[in-house]
Design a protein around this ligand. Structure first.
Ligand code: NCD
Length: 330
């Protein structure tokens, strides 16, 4: 016989509290945990659209440190705005990418951030795994804002939220992730999130930019852009990440555009109501044409940026609930 339910259900959503201390990746998250974060983000969209009083003070008195060891415009700004809208004291530590060595220096940095009694730390670093290394050394929640080619979980969450709002659901959608998949943490986190949410995910890349054995992630690979786009509901373009390429992965940006650039003619192969996405920054005229990027009916690119703030507010709120003593989260 089953034991009667004696433990109280911990909080108002009818499920357990989010059971992770850090957000280092989408890997390891259950589908309900991803959906939970998306549901939590919905509440912040209206607040962010308010013309005044975009404030909620639930993080008042907490210190958020944004430690960006790699360049960023929208992710850093988005985390800064998210923290400020929730009332946190936000400090940005912008370390230009370059001579910061890994190993001991990174651990020293973690110890320093910890000694300053940060309450939540957001990290971007050019080395895959660096964020986990810091997460293991500090006493507070750590969020990954992009580590090397590994993961960029809040980007995948904001992309999933954008798709869910535009299309009403994610399950069953044909989603094409196109371009420099090999160097892209955005692609990796998106593949993990979108397959977990039961989308039919295709990846389209030139052979040199297609990760080996990618089909093991539950996606269908295509090297022919036109074939991969056929009937797609969502076309997600990726930046050609030349800073991560040593040597000749592509003959030239011009030739790349000819074979893998999203033009209006190519987009016509996708579903008639397909949406176009790009995490930014865009290389206009390389992976995407301006007419497509700026087509207000098809492009969801500015909405992605908008959803980014809501998603980051949700993540900051959820990950600090235990330390704020929110009922059921201790
Ligand atoms: C991406 C990143 O940094 O991983 N940008 C972003 O966060 N919006 C993608 C990219 O740099 O191409």
């Amino acid at each position: 016989m089953l034991e009667p339910q004696t433990r109280p259900i911990p909080h108002g959503h009818g499920v357990h509290p989010f059971p992770h201390r850090h957000l280092t990746g989408i890997f390891g998250l259950q589908p309900w945990e991803i959906t939970f974060l998306l549901d939590e983000a919905e509440q912040w969209i209206a607040l962010n659209r308010a013309s005044a009083a975009k404030h909620d003070n639930r993080l008042a008195g907490l210190t958020l440190i944004n430690a960006f060891f790699e360049n960023s415009t929208r992710t850093l700004l988005s985390f800064e705005i998210a923290g400020k809208r929730l009332g946190a004291d936000v400090v940005n530590m912008a370390v230009a990418q370059s001579s910061v060595s890994k190993g001991e220096t990174l651990i020293d940095t973690a110890v320093t951030l910890n000694a300053m009694r940060a309450d939540v730390i957001v990290i971007r670093h050019d080395a895959s795994g660096a964020v986990q290394l810091i997460a293991d050394k500090v006493d507070c929640p750590v969020l990954n804002a992009g580590d090397g080619r590994h993961e960029h979980p809040t980007q995948a969450l904001l992309d999933a939220l954008t798709i869910r709002r535009r299309k009403g659901q994610i399950a069953g959608l044909k989603i094409a992730i196109c371009g420099d998949v090999l160097h892209s943490r955005v692609a990796r986190s998106n593949i993990l999130a979108l397959t977990a949410l039961a989308a039919d995910v295709r990846v389209i890349a030139p052979p040199t930019l297609m990760p080996a054995a990618i089909e093991r992630m539950g996606v269908t690979p295509f090297t022919d852009f036109d074939a991969g786009l056929d009937g797609a509901d969502v076309v997600m373009m990726l930046r050609l990440q030349r800073e991560r390429m040593a040597g000749g992965f592509v003959p030239s940006p011009r030739e790349y555009h000819a074979l893998y650039g999203l033009t209006p003619e190519r987009l016509a192969r996708a579903a008639p109501d397909a949406i176009v996405m790009h995490p930014g920054p865009m290389n206009r005229g390389v992976e995407i044409d301006s007419v497509v990027a700026d087509d207000v009916k098809r492009s969801a690119i500015t909405e992605q940026v908008e959803m980014g703030v809501a998603v980051r507010m949700a993540c900051l709120d959820v990950l600090t609930r235990a330390q704020r003593g929110v009922e059921g989260w201790a």
